[in-house]
Ligand binder design. Structure first.
Ligand code: PMP
Length: 390
């Protein structure tokens, strides 16, 4: 068929560039040890940072509400999709994030797109970190404001761009709290100072920081002790469920409820998911031990890999990028890991810059020391085999 022929041609180009993707089938719950495509694998690739996705307390909360409300919400929030569970969860998140109000979205992706496509207007400028998540990039593309990209966490470059845009109507600085490919923590304290000096607004996507960073897991704002204008988050990582949210002032939330198209035109989250998420926020407040365990796992892996001679990027977050450099070598590395029963993905251009191909490890509080030791031993063996370390 003409249509399929044209698509096959395009797919072949993707394959020739070594950029084709495929899905793997997970046959068990998101634990460190999973069955993937029929094989037992030790997984260093999931965002279930605190092990909540399969926590019985969340499962029980969802089950109770499932029996009461059914499986789907059957409507958008402004028609029939707003239940008392949506309200309870929004209030809970506002309390947790210490903001006036919260608005739930069906995913973090849609929350980012909704905010960035509705808030900045024509004549405004969005200043966006070059490594921001795809959903921020897509939101910027949909916005009528101009977008300027500043170098990754480069405060001098950001300041230069703030100076150069002083005549513009409004400026919005948008950044990931923790960067999903590099594991860097955005210098939110410095960003906030620049924003104050140059009268800009700050939007933070705290997808990977919620539940993980800060004394009580409130995210980068707690970690730095600052209050950005807009905090965006996802329920799909440390919270263990599904959905996105935006926190801020009462007026901001009322504005988004009226203008964010990804909120208005989407069926709302199932109430059972809201109930499970509500329980997750209750648990997270009292999860200091789990967070400490998570951070000590991160430290152990990072320092051991560095001692072996690997280049490990990023700050102390559960995202640990091990730079291999060459794309083919990185793919080979991931394949060798898989043969040893370890699943950790190879990340290649265009997701990251050329020459920076990497194995992107993510670690959770539920990884045991024995599992971490096995990972480290395998890195040592494979690195020597491929002449990467001595
Ligand atoms: N922001 C960042 C930084 C992310 O890493 C992700 C998920 N990969 C998202 C937003 C999207 O969140 P969700 O999965 O809830 O759509």
């Amino acid at each position: 068929m003409k249509f399929d022929g044209w698509l096959s041609y395009r797919l072949d180009k993707t394959k020739e560039a070594g950029l084709n993707r495929k899905v793997r089938t997970m046959e068990t719950a998101p634990l460190p040890l999973m069955t993937i495509d029929g094989e037992k694998q030790l997984v260093f690739a999931s965002n279930n940072y605190l092990g909540l996705a399969n926590d019985k307390r969340l499962v029980n909360a969802a089950e109770t509400v499932l029996h009461e409300f059914g499986v789907g919400s059957s409507g958008s929030r402004l028609i029939t999709g707003h239940t008392n569970w949506h309200q309870k969860l929004e209030d809970k998140i506002s309390q947790f994030k210490r903001t006036e109000e919260t608005l739930l979205f069906s995913s973090g992706y849609l929350a980012n797109v909704g905010v960035l496509s509705s808030l900045p207007e024509k004549g405004d400028v969005i200043l966006s970190d070059e490594l921001n998540h795809a959903s921020i990039i897509d939101g910027c593309r949909l916005s009528k404001a101009n977008t300027l990209i500043y170098n990754h966490v480069d405060m001098d470059d950001l300041e230069e761009k703030l100076k150069a845009t002083e005549s513009c109507q409004r400026r919005f600085i948008v950044t990931d709290g923790v960067f999903s490919m590099d594991g860097t923590i955005a210098p939110l304290d410095k960003i906030m100072s620049l924003a104050k000096r140059y009268h800009a607004f700050v939007i933070v996507d705290d997808a990977h920081a919620t539940g993980v960073l800060g004394e009580n897991g409130r995210g980068t704002s707690e970690y730095f002790g600052v209050y950005p204008d807009v905090i965006i988050g996802t329920l799909s990582k440390a919270i263990g469920t599904e959905g996105g949210f935006v926190c801020g002032s009462k007026v901001l939330i009322d504005f988004l409820l009226n203008h964010a198209r990804t909120f208005i035109f989407q069926t709302s989250l199932p109430p059972a998911i809201c109930a499970a998420s509500y329980t997750a926020f209750e648990i997270i407040k009292h999860s200091k031990d789990k967070r400490q365990l998570l951070h000590s796992n991160v430290k152990k892996i990072k320092t051991s890999l560095q001692e072996m001679g690997y280049t490990v990027k990023g700050d102390d977050t559960p995202i640990i990028p091990v730079i291999i450099g060459d794309t083919h070598k990185t793919v080979m590395f991931a394949k060798r890991l898989l043969e040893k029963g370890i699943y950790a993905p190879a990340i290649r251009p265009p997701t990251i810059p050329l020459g920076e191909s990497r194995i992107r490890l993510t670690v959770t509080a539920d990884h045991s020391l024995k599992e971490i030791d096995y990972l480290l031993k395998s890195f040592n063996l494979i690195g020597k085999e491929l002449n990467m370390i001595k």
